[in-house]
Design a binder for this molecule. Sequence first.
Ligand SMILES: [Zn+2]
Length: 275
Amino acid sequence: MTAFICTTCGTQYPPSDASPAHCIICEEERQYVPATGQSWITPERLAARHANTFRQHEPGLIGIGSVPTFGIGQRAILVVTPAGNVLWDCISLLDDATIAVIKGLGGLKAIAISHPHFYTAMVDWSRAFDCPIHLHAADRQWVMRPDKAIAFWDGDTFALLPGVTLIRGGGHFPGGTMLHWAQGANDRGALLSADIATVTPDRKFLSFMRSYPNLIPLSAREVEGIAASVAPFQFDAIYGHFFDRVIATGAEEVLAKSVKRYLAAIAGTARGPTE
Ligand SMILES: [Zn+2]
């Protein structure tokens, strides 16, 4: 029995003798099955072909991503706090070196994940570190490998640890979640936004989509909802879902101008009335 992993989205399915017939995540409109067809990999083969790399974004925030990249290519973030460590988002590869490094930093108190595309191998991670997985209940239908370690939270915010708050922004998924760390960015606050609010490649703006690969935009109401969800929180930095998608300072202003630009674009007023 092997817990197979989809090579396109990185989602792990329950242990089975043969690979699953379909990836439900990739067949849904926010993802895609590639032209070459559905394919699967075992955790053992994944570990033979890839390794995890670590990059410290700032003291207490350590990015963890696979090289070469696998699946969607996101990196997770280890949030190191005096009350315990949180793994924010998740990746498919959990190798022995990663377990040793994280245990050396104090292990994990909890795992929290922004949305179903990053659920990946969360159950393997949870078992390695004997910790719960916190997911928003609105996305529970997208859990492909159910486990007793999964704890669903409901509502708009969830106080995970002192200074660490999960915020439901919705949008990309109804339960789309961001993590606020009050002690981040030298106590000015850090928002770990995943792709609920996506840092664009120029690192000057954020954008917001229902589907990134299939280019399905969100409505004005949904984007205003994301902005409203984080309005009560102070933050100077925003960390997106890739290593290089970071807004190091002035992030509240970046969010405000990004929402304004997005709303103007979908209203048809972005380039002036004569154009
Ligand atoms: Zn998939």
